[in-house]
Design a protein around this ligand. Structure first.
Ligand code: SAH
Length: 256
């Protein structure tokens, strides 16, 4: 009897961006639990039973996984990216917290993965090289007023901001509102990096700026990184060219 529940991150897409630790845990599992498209990314060499569920049923999925583990399974809950970033690790703990006397025998652990913000940052250089924050624009689980307050605070404190769940079809205007809030504190020339399906076959990465950002290109498969006042774009043909310096000295040679 294992009675184990491990919450793992598969990384943003490519299998070689999934850690060897997670790959080994998947191979040894008796049951895999997760959102169907994430389960589909687990190689078929993993013989475990697969329990696919819809995206919006996190609490039920967590409870199902805890019950499978309590029955003696070696259960793995899969998340995309990192399981602790807007994903299943907190959903499992939140469910446990509601029922403190249940599932006492289940041993729970979390294995990290590369989160979408890191993956996109690496594609263009080092935009997260100095203080940054991550904000989900989804108001499914939190009120929009809190999102507005956090955007305003983060932008006024000059953090680089990575926006997760940026623009859904049900609430496209909220992305426009969010950019409006950030723009109160940032110049139109502030660098913005847009990554869609980062690390997957359909990947696209664009470097633009706050004033020219094309909102129509943003959807739920996209992550958006908005630079701080010090984030710079180097004038190079391609590849790594965006960074946020770790120092506050001007890196450009003095004029004259
Ligand atoms: N746990 C995940 C985040 C889940 S929230 C992680 O750590 O990456 C879902 C949001 O993550 C998406 O709406 C999108 O904004 C972002 N995201 C996840 N994978 C992505 C990818 N490969 N490319 C671009 N954005 C991604």
């Amino acid at each position: 009897m294992s009675c184990r529940l491990t919450v793992v991150g598969l990384g943003p897409g490519r299998l070689d961006w999934c850690t060897p630790e997670v790959s080994a845990i998947l191979e040894d599992a008796t049951d895999l639990v997760g959102y169907a498209p994430y389960l589909a990314r687990v190689p078929q060499t993993c013989a475990a039973r697969r329990h696919a569920s819809d995206n919006r049923v996190e609490a039920e999925r967590a409870e199902h996984a805890l019950n499978l583990a309590a029955d003696g399974g070696d259960v793995v809950v899969v998340s995309s990216g990192d399981p602790g970033v807007f994903a299943m690790a907190s959903a499992v703990l939140e469910r446990l917290d509601q029922d403190p006397s249940r599932w006492c025998d289940v041993q729970i652990s979390v294995c990290p993965g590369i989160t979408a913000a890191q993956a996109l940052a690496s594609r263009v250089g080092a935009p997260l090289g100095h203080d940054f924050c991550v904000i989900s624009l989804s108001d499914v689980l939190k009120p929009w007023s809190i999102i507005e307050r956090r955007l305003d605070a983060a932008a006024s404190a000059d953090f680089v901001i990575a926006l997760y769940n940026p623009r859904s079809r049900q609430r496209p205007h909220q992305f426009t509102d969010a950019i409006g809030i950030v723009s109160r504190h940032r110049e139109p020339a502030t660098p913005v990096i847009v990554g869609r399906h980062v690390g997957r076959d359909e990947e696209s990465v664009t470097i633009t700026d706050l004033g020219r950002l094309d909102h129509a290109t943003i959807d739920m498969s996209t992550i958006v990184i908005i630079g701080s006042s010090t984030t710079r774009v180097l004038d190079r043909p391609a590849g790594c060219r965006v960074y946020t310096p770790r120092t506050y000295a001007d890196p450009r040679p003095a004029a004259g």
